[in-house]
Design a protein around this ligand. Sequence first.
Ligand code: PDD
Length: 281
Amino acid sequence: RVAYVNGTYRPHGQATVHVEDRGFQFADGVYEVWSIFDGRMADFDGHMTRLARSLTELRISIPMTRQALTQVLKETIRRNRVRNGIVYLQVTRGTARRDHPFPAEGTPPSVIVTARSIDPNKSEAVAAKGVAVITQPDIRWGRCDIKTVGLLPNVLAKQAARERGAYECWMVDEMGLVTEGSSTNAWIVDENGKLRTRDTQANILKGITRTALMALIADQDVELDERPFSVDEAKRAREAFFTAAGAFVMPAVSIDGVRIGDGKPGPITTKLRTLYLDQAR
Ligand code: PDD
């Protein structure tokens, strides 16, 4: 395996950044993850546009054109021979003596790219059974719309899920409403048969998979209600699922140990997963 690090492709085991990289010391950086289907990146433009927005919000200026960046992503995928999997891009504010304010103008940002294969049969097997979700209070900061590498609350939430035999943790605000998953957007088919997912005016990431799915839903015979739902509503829901690059549309069959529907992936969820995968391929 190889990784791209600041202009060069290095063997994965030697692909390091400096100890004073601001990503390492301050989580001062952003990232994107694309799914790769048959060697091609899914929702390419959506992720690129969000990357540009994250960089702008943090005032990190990247000295690479979109074309050059695209080339690096493709080349990293090619060199790692990934047909199906994910590609990860991270940009930090660069390397400078540790000091909280931004480093001197002209300090080059760090750009790294990695790619790895994921066996599509394995993810299909997981999706066919559906997964367990737990919930925990959302303890994150006020700018979760920016895709930063500052993911400690998300890491703790995901670990809590794993320790309870679950796949994902849905985070919950003070009102008892689900914000999003630790690395996914949360959805339900509510008691009235409406699709519900939280609006992105609130403090969550505007998922690219979420946006792509919404476009597909527009042609379907199901009503979309972009409105937050509570943990109680989720537990009473007909179906539940979550979306992200890599997970696509993943059925949730229990929430905090409460069975959703008949404990199997629901018909609408299954349909949406197929729709998403068909257009992504
Ligand atoms: N996570 N919400 C959060 C907090 C996320 O980290 C992600 C993505 C999403 C879904 O966004 P998208 O559909 O654009 O992937 C929602 C990536 C996959 C990760 O951290 O690995």
